[in-house]
Design a protein around this ligand. Structure first.
Ligand SMILES: Cc1cc2nc3c(=O)[nH]c(=O)nc-3n(C[C@H](O)[C@H](O)[C@H](O)COP(=O)(O)O)c2cc1C
Length: 300
């Protein structure tokens, strides 16, 4: 069983240090482990052309990318990601969310999503995540990092564990926090355990403060008059009992984003959206033409 450990942080920074402890945990449990630093791969940001999506969603073909293979290290990363059975993802918090390097990796993923999903159907993949913040301004870090992990598992919620370390702005100081490196070691072991036992959706062994039983996140969002878990898109009701908040989930896995129902709904919406341009191409072009000439973008 191969585990790919991905660091979006500094070389030997806090993410990498915790990741190395998690790798020890996974290796001692019998997994083969490999570490990559996204800094070394210099992954170019997605251009947004959607050729990967139109090829996959509308034409049912294998995904492609407009960025040539020689432009950066993305293809080398794809090869490693496809070969792995499990993932340890570690990212620093930048501006309340996961560092751009992790997001660039995630944004480019449609390039190999159909291959990845096929592999995940043959054999389930699992992931565990480590987030590090310089302070406690980390609100969106874990949901986004866990989303990246879910996408690497073929859009299946196979999160085995998660760990958030806060108040570490200087590189390497995570080693000074009592119990933290041991917790990272256990996280790696938990991932290995989920992989070796092929535990499916019930693989989670984390202990974070959490509310959602599916993604193990702690966010609620008010959307279209409903309170939802923004990661899983299921509705919740909040009541108060004896001064304590109680959250009851009104929908379960079958209606969540990761279910067959959620996947179909999402693909149908994308198909409809792209179909709209095919149907109204001339009308859209006519509306864009006068805008194009009106302002000239300033170059760098
Ligand atoms: C551009 C930038 C933005 C940052 N924004 C945040 C932030 O919003 N919240 C936070 O807690 N830490 C923030 N940090 C601090 C990093 O999360 C912290 O230094 C972390 O330990 C870096 O991980 P690394 O050592 O693995 O690179 C930021 C750091 C940088 C460079």
């Amino acid at each position: 069983m191969k585990v790919l450990a991905v660091s979006a942080g500094r070389r030997m920074g806090n993410c990498e240090v915790l990741l190395r402890h998690a790798m020890r945990g996974a290796a001692e449990a019998g997994c083969e482990v490999q570490l990559i630093r996204l800094q070394d791969f210099e992954i170019k940001p997605c251009l947004g052309c959607e050729v990967c999506i139109t090829k996959k969603v509308l034409d049912g073909g294998d995904s492609v990318c407009a960025i040539p293979e020689s432009a950066d290290g993305y293809s080398a990363y794809v090869k490693l990601a496809l070969e792995a059975d499990g993932y340890l993802l570690a990212a620093p918090c930048y501006n309340l969310t996961a560092a751009g390097r992790m997001l660039d990796m995630l944004n480019r993923q449609h390039r190999f999503l159909s291959q990845l999903k096929q592999k995940c159907r043959e054999k389930a993949r699992y992931a565990a995540t480590i987030g590090v913040g310089g302070s406690d301004w980390t609100n969106f870090l874990m949901p986004i990092l866990n989303f990246a992990a879910t996408e690497l598992c073929g859009s299946r919620m196979h999160l085995a564990d998660q760990l958030l370390a806060e108040f570490h702005p200087a590189p390497g100081t995570v080693v000074l926090e009592e119990g933290l490196t041991d917790r990272a070691f256990r996280l790696g072991r938990n991932l290995a355990q989920a992989m070796l036992a092929d535990q499916g959706r019930d693989c989670y062994l984390g202990d974070a403060e959490e509310v959602c039983p599916i993604c193990h996140g702690s966010h609620l969002q008010l959307r279209h008059g409903r309170l939802i878990c923004p990661t899983c898109d299921i509705a919740a009701r909040v009541t108060e009992e004896d001064g304590a908040l109680r959250i009851t989930w009104e929908q379960g896995y079958d209606l969540c984003r990761w279910s067959e129902y959620g996947d179909k709904r999402h693909l149908d919406a994308i198909r409809r959206g792209h179909g709209r341009l095919r149907e109204h191409r001339e009308q859209v072009q006519a509306a864009l033409e006068p805008l194009r000439g009106a302002f000239t973008p300033v170059g760098p």
